[in-house]
Structures are given as structure tokens and as C-alpha cells.
Design a protein around this ligand. Sequence first.
Ligand code: ZN
Length: 166
Amino acid sequence: MSQPPAGLWEALQASSSKPRPKSHLLSSFPNAIADVSDSTDSETTNQYDLLCPREGCGSVILKKGVARLKERESLQIEPSDIPAHPLLPALPSSSESIHWWLVTPSPMEFENIGFSRPVESLSLSPSGKKLKLLACAECDLGPLGWSEEGGNEFWLVCSRVGYRSD
Ligand SMILES: [Zn+2]
């Protein structure tokens, strides 16, 4: 068995002891969405950095002020062959409106985000395109949201991301 390169263990230790941003779930805020959004006359943006909701990950997904708050119909983003992750709240049926963070116009707006390939087993988007799913780029937790194949809008579920509120 070959030895690991010198210095490897120190590097791992340094990275595991690095403080991770603490991720607060939307459900932990008394006024829910009002506590994590910032409104001006024209639009409402995310008041805090958006993080991976998994404790111990906390990867920064998006900087504060980058996304706009939108209310629109829910969408089926769980592929039917993959069970929903227990950390991710279930989404209501598509006749109900939910809160989303809308990110435009390109994936460059994100700090870290993972994309799936277009998912064949999901319904098409409201405008008839195949969906791509968004996940944490570090630990693959998802789906946290969706975009259309070739689209320039990226929709994150407000209840499926964490908030860096301290
Ligand atoms: Zn993560």
C-alpha cells in the first residue's frame, strides 16, 4: 500500500475544522419569508446568503441580494424513481402557489450550484421545456430548484435552501 502524499492529513484536518456557515431553515423564522427577504419599492430580494440546508455542509449557493422573490405555482421536481430527500420539505400540488427565489440571467450568478441533465421522468416546464434540477454543488443534496433546458431563469424553492442569518 502506498503512502499518502506528505501533508495530506494536515490539509484534511485544516479543511474539516474550518468554520462552516450555519444554515437556518425557513421554518425556524417566526415570520417565515418576511424574515428572510428585503423589500424595496420595485422588488424583493434575499436578505441573507442562501446556503445548502444540510447541517455540516452549508455550502454558499447564492450571495444575498441576488435573487428576487416570486410567488408562482408549485412544480413537480422530484423524479418519480427517486424518493424525496428527508431534509427537503415536500412541495404542494401544482395548483398551489409557493415562494421561489428567482435567479437570472445565467448560472454565473450563483456561488456554487449543481445541475442535473434534463430529466426525462419529469413533466415538462410550464412553457413546455425539459427540466434540469438544481442541487448543492458540494454534497449533491437536491433538488433545491429547477431551470429549463437552455433557459435563463433559475428557480430555487425558498423552503429548500438554508439562510445565513448569523
Ligand atoms: Zn451541501
